[in-house]
Write a new protein. Structure first.
Length: 483
């Protein structure tokens, strides 16, 4: 391989394929199953890109969707358990990175790893599309993908392994777990991805395929995520009461935050909100406005704190601008929502703000930029992400009536009640509130001595305040700036 090819590949994301989680699962079992693999991959990627952050997609194969196999518009998922699985993985990633001294925020620079967890619907009985007839039936079906594409969408944002292989490529490295299940998953994935890896630029080289150590496969069954009464990381009684809370897709989802130096805690919140979205099919979207079957695009409405409200933050001079924070939110969500059989090759165009003052292009995503209002569309216009500037604690929840659910974290739980009280005063319907798990290192077992300090520092390592503190120290040439 030439140096030029190596340098170009360094800029690409890497993939870690994780086999099925323990069933039922909790964070102790997730740690036993996935920590060795994640440690090996994060260690290798820490210095893999000398020009900036190494990017990693952690794809977890899990039978997450329920519903008849061929009724793509009738899928459901257990949201509480799905977001708990994502939370468990981000918690493990954060603890490992704290121990290894790896920054985890977007654009963290050389030595950092920008990891994204994606749940991929897959079960052990599903095979690769190996025949021409298989692929013809797939591409000619009602999945909503482009003609000839194997991308198949449904009424959630989750896609299956074949769609993932079709849309996510090419890669720097492809890591798989050196266990029976990990090897089997890798073989199926490579068969599905084979058709996309054509030409010298995209062809997978043997050196890109890396096997890593696997963890313990404890108490694994064949159940779908959610059909268990075992909690995943705390709030056990609440989760048991929510086991029947299936989600089939919501038209308008809203959440808010600062999103300064977007880190794993932010990624969890944004992913959890995205898992609630219910995109229509292209056919439903294309119907005349007078048709009762027509559906509007689903909307992900994200309130981002305005710069004025952040002036009193610690190290306020290092707070990212609202525009940067909004772009990073959309850029992150593009990893979950963008589907194109061209893969990363769509990541072309001017840098943000160049050539067109109202349109930025980030990773192939076109952002319509207006003052305090950034928008991007995904999946053929069926999903709209709108980031709006907020100047108070309520944001769009009391200025826009057409919202269905509000996503909060443990820290902002009281805000959900305040929002609904305010909406009730205005005579509007109250919002269904979904609470996301908290990233808590106490639930990640320690297995080596130095992890004690890593878990003690866990909260601060994923704190925007501490990231700003580190930036201040770097700027002044000091080893530490006081909070």
């Amino acid at each position: 391989m030439t140096t030029t090819t190596t340098n170009k590949r360094d800029q690409l994301p890497s993939l870690l394929l994780l086999p099925f989680p323990p069933h039922p699962f909790n964070r102790t079992l997730l740690n036993a199953a996935y920590r060795p693999s994640l440690t090996a991959v994060l260690s290798k990627l820490k210095h893999a890109n000398p020009h900036g952050a190494s990017k990693l997609i952690v794809a977890v194969a899990v039978p997450i969707l329920q519903g008849p196999p061929y009724q793509l518009r009738a899928k459901t998922l257990f949201w509480s358990q799905a977001q708990s699985l994502v939370a468990g993985l981000y918690a493990i990633i954060s603890v490992i990175c704290a121990r290894l001294g790896i920054s985890t925020e977007i654009d963290g620079g050389p030595g950092s790893v920008d990891a994204t967890v994606i749940l991929v619907d897959h079960d052990r009985g599903r095979k690769a599309l190996v025949t021409a007839e298989d692929k013809m039936l797939r591409s000619g079906g009602s999945g909503g993908g482009a003609s000839g594409s194997l991308i198949e969408t449904n009424n959630t944002v989750v896609v299956d392994l074949a769609s993932f292989a079709e849309a996510y490529h090419p890669w720097n490295y492809i890591f798989h777990v050196r266990t029976e299940q990990g090897i089997a998953l890798n073989e199926v994935y490579l068969q599905m991805a084979e058709g996309k890896m054509v030409g010298a630029a995209n062809k997978i080289r043997q050196e890109q395929l890396v096997a890593v150590e696997g963890g313990l496969t404890l108490n694994q069954g064949l159940g779908t995520v959610g059909d268990t009464t075992t909690a995943a990381g705390g709030r056990e009684e609440e989760k048991e009461s929510e086991e029947g809370r299936k989600v089939s897709g919501v038209p308008v989802v809203c959440l808010g935050g600062t999103f300064d130096y977007l880190h794993p805690g932010h990624k969890l919140l944004l992913t959890a909100g995205a898992l609630l979205l219910g995109p229509p099919s292209k056919d439903e979207l294309a119907l005349p406005a007078t048709s009762p079957r027509r559906r509007e695009p689903c909307k992900y409405l994200i309130g981002i704190t305005g710069d004025e409200l952040l002036k009193n933050k610690k190290f306020a001079e290092y707070v990212q601008s609202w525009e940067t924070r909004a772009r990073n939110v959309i850029y992150f969500l593009s990893r979950l929502l963008q589907l194109s059989d061209k893969g990363w090759r769509e990541a072309t165009g001017p840098a943000a703000g160049e050539n067109n003052i109202n349109t930025a292009v980030a990773a192939g995503v076109h952002i319509d930029e207006n003052d305090g209002d950034f928008r991007a569309v995904f999946r053929d216009g069926t999903i709209v992400v709108q980031c709006v500037r907020i100047q108070d604690a309520f944001g769009p929840t009391i200025s826009e009536e057409d919202i269905d659910v509000l996503v909060v974290s443990g820290e902002t739980r009281s805000g959900g009640k305040a929002v609904n009280d305010k909406r009730a005063e205005q005579g509007w319907k109250t919002l269904e509130v979904f609470e996301v798990d908290v990233l808590n290192a106490d639930e990640i077992p320690e297995d080596v001595g130095e992890d004690v300090k890593a878990t003690e520092d866990f909260t601060s390592k994923i704190s925007s305040t501490v990231i700003r503190q580190q930036r201040a120290a770097q700027a002044t040439g000091r080893s530490e700036a006081k909070i």
